[in-house]
Design a protein around this ligand. Structure first.
Ligand code: ATR
Length: 286
């Protein structure tokens, strides 16, 4: 019985996710699973907030005693502007996906996506070696978070993006970031030990669900990661597996970035284990 451990008393700790739309968010399922599993007196709710109503909603949550919230599309930049204190992760990402309402009334903003990605790599047994070379596909918000976190680990990072101007813009925001032309990256894969797709290519219902680039199978040390998690095995990852390359799916990043917020709001560090993955996967199918 999944509800066996549920406790919501008058002292319950409150958190949620602000987004528009928010109905597709997996965060409520995940956080409430952990709350039940660890017997935490708390609740995590979806908060459908229209673009113009973000600040008034945040002030309302603060006034209502919430401990904080996740922030998703389209509010991540507004959250960045609203936060009183920005962690380094947020400054580097240029966005905030996690808000912590402090007791002194100040709002702390974090970006947990990059750290979540790094944690998911490590959890799957991949060591992050300073100086190792990474190629990141994409130049949106997800690319920026992932590239910043990998640069922070001392890795050599290049980005490649269909729209070259966006890749250049990202490189000027993140010192040390290199750029590879979009029509060149497949030929350059031999130079990398990690490839990360941060675009929506390969996502079910996305711009190109069949996205299956040509991989350099000769580079046997290449690890191929995708932040897309629907489907779990994207065509890119399928291609990598066919080459015999190691792969990392996107679900781990989702779970690990959530773990960081959960720990801040609820005071318990949840485990990202097989049981957690299985629960979230079942909810994705359901
Ligand atoms: P997010 O903030 O989630 O990363 P985004 O800012 O919309 O989302 O970025 C989406 C990424 O997917 C971009 O890198 C985008 O490339 P462009 O900057 O050229 O638009 C990439 N992308 C989306 N559809 C694509 C397609 N059909 N081919 C190549 N890249 C695509």
């Amino acid at each position: 019985n999944a509800a066996a451990g549920q406790i919501i008393t008058g002292k319950a700790r409150l958190a949620g996710v602000l987004g528009w739309p928010v109905s597709h968010s997996r965060s409520p399922v995940l956080h409430n699973y952990w709350l039940r599993r660890y017997g935490v007196d708390g609740v995590y709710v979806p908060l459908p907030v229209q673009p113009g109503a973000f600040e008034v909603a945040v002030r309302g949550l603060q006034a209502a005693g919430f401990r904080g919230a996740n922030v998703t599309i389209p509010h991540k930049e507004a959250a960045f502007r609203l936060a009183d204190i920005l962690d380094d992760s947020a400054t580097q990402a240029g966005a905030v996906n996690t808000l912590i309402f402090q007791d002194d009334g100040k709002i702390r903003g974090l970006s947990t996506d990059g750290a979540g990605f790094v944690a998911s790599l490590q959890a799957e047994g991949h060591t992050i070696r300073p100086g190792a070379q990474v190629l990141v596909l994409g130049a949106g918000g997800a690319a920026r978070s992932v590239a910043a976190a990998l640069l922070g680990q001392g890795m050599g990072v290049h980005v490649s993006n269909r729209t070259a101007a966006r890749a250049k813009e990202l490189a000027s925001a993140l010192p040390g970031l290199g750029v590879v032309a979009w029509d060149e990256w497949e030929n350059r894969l031999g130079a990398y030990s990690l490839l990360v797709n941060t675009t929506s290519l390969g996502m079910a219902g996305g711009p190109d669900p069949q996205f299956r680039p040509r991989l350099d199978c000769a580079n046997a040390g290449l690890v191929v990661a995708d932040i897309v998690y629907v489907p779990m095995v994207t065509p890119l990852l399928a291609e990598a597996r066919q080459c015999g390359l190691q792969t990392v799916g996107g679900l781990g990043m989702l779970l690990h970035q959530a773990r960081l917020g959960f720990t801040e709001w609820f005071g318990v560090e949840p485990q990202v284990d097989d049981a957690t993955q299985a629960y979230v996967l079942a909810s994705l199918r359901g």
